[in-house]
Design a protein around this ligand. Structure first.
Ligand code: XMP
Length: 334
């Protein structure tokens, strides 16, 4: 889309169907080829919808001239790094650099309680690792980015300083950006992702924060409590899927706070963490309504968590709304 500014071109009609998506894909492949020629592109692949669709598009256009870097910060959901590796190295046959940086992150986060400090550390290490990997690949001239249109609009309006917009660290500013989905809205990105052949579970996935499970392991992150978050999240997602709620609830996840309570197991006293269930509906995340879950579903999630998640003896259900003006809670706990 050869436009000088950041305004969606009037000629780009809303993409709703597979045929419209295919036309968009063909056009983008042509434009990416023209832009990159025989150059090399580097892309940070989080496994989120936007970066995955962007990677798949660039990969279709220039194949092995693209290198994707997937950094596992140890705060991803169960099965996620495996899925990213499978899709991009097997299905798309991309050059994929997988960095397991779990220890580096968890060491740096040790004892850090403040949510904002946690976020800063997670963001900074990511940039360091990405820059380290970029240095190892010779002749990279381009950076692929999954910027989407709402990122541009929100940055313009000063609502959110989006990392994809104007936030490149100094040592990366020499790269030219390749942003094939920057004029698309989220629903259009999903249609394009499906037309590209990405798995539905990747394309339709619910929003997931950049700092990952790190903001759901409240307070200072420990490996055991982080595992409790990851395991309980996997159980919750499986139960929602079984109940036919996947794709019908905007966001659902679990949180493990940093406090314990008394319980009982096999006639013995226990003193362990609670798991908090959070399920909300929203349109754009600025406000949220707790979802009225079926009681049987709540009971079955509770039973499965108590049976399978180590270190947990209690399950709570967070019914707090998010309201822009009234006293309320944000969607995430940190
Ligand atoms: P809050 O907690 O502010 O979350 O009500 C609103 C939405 O944004 C997601 N979220 C993030 N997404 N990076 C992201 O990409 C982040 O640091 C981040 N923090 C929160 C959250 O999951 C919810 O959908």
């Amino acid at each position: 889309m050869a436009v000088a500014n950041d305004v969606r071109p009037a000629s780009l009609k809303r993409i709703k169907t597979e045929a419209q998506a295919k036309k968009f894909i063909d056009q983008q492949i042509k434009e990416i080829k023209e832009q990159v020629k025989d150059g090399k592109v580097l892309l940070a692949l989080s496994g989120g919808v936007d970066s995955s669709v962007c990677a798949a598009l660039i990969s279709k256009a220039i194949g092995k001239q693209l290198t994707c870097v997937h950094v596992n910060h140890g705060l991803l959901r169960k099965g996620e790094p495996e899925m990213v590796c499978k899709v991009f190295s097997k299905q798309f046959k991309s050059n994929l650099v997988y960095v397991d940086a779990t220890d580096r992150y968890l060491d740096a986060l040790k004892g850090v309680k403040d949510p904002e400090k946690k976020r800063k550390i997670i963001g900074k290490i990511f940039i360091d690792i990405f820059a380290e990997e970029a240095k190892k690949i010779e002749g990279v001239g381009f950076l692929g980015q999954g910027t989407i249109y709402p990122d541009i609009l929100e940055s313009k309006d000063g609502i959110k300083a989006h990392h994809n917009v104007g936030g490149l660290p100094k040592n990366m500013q020499k790269f030219q950006l390749v942003e094939p989905v920057k004029f698309l809205y989220k629903d259009e990105v999903r249609v394009v992702g499906l037309a590209l052949g990405l798995p539905e579970s990747m394309v339709m996935r619910q929003p997931f924060p950049g700092p990952g499970l790190g903001v759901r392991c409240v307070g200072a992150i420990t490996r055991d409590r982080l595992e409790a978050v990851r395991e309980s999240d996997a159980i919750l997602r499986a139960e929602f899927k079984k109940a036919g709620l996947e794709g019908h609830v905007w966001q659902y996840f679990t949180v493990v706070p940093d406090f314990r309570s008394t319980g009982i197991c096999g006639g013995q006293r226990t003193y362990e963490w609670p798991v908090v269930i959070r399920a909300i509906n929203s349109v754009d995340a600025t406000a949220a309504t707790p979802v009225e879950l079926d009681w049987k579903l709540v009971q079955s999630i509770t039973a499965k968590i108590l049976k399978n998640v180590k270190g947990v003896n209690r399950v709570l259900w967070d019914v707090t709304p998010k309201h822009p003006k009234n006293n309320s809670g944000t969607i995430e706990w940190e």
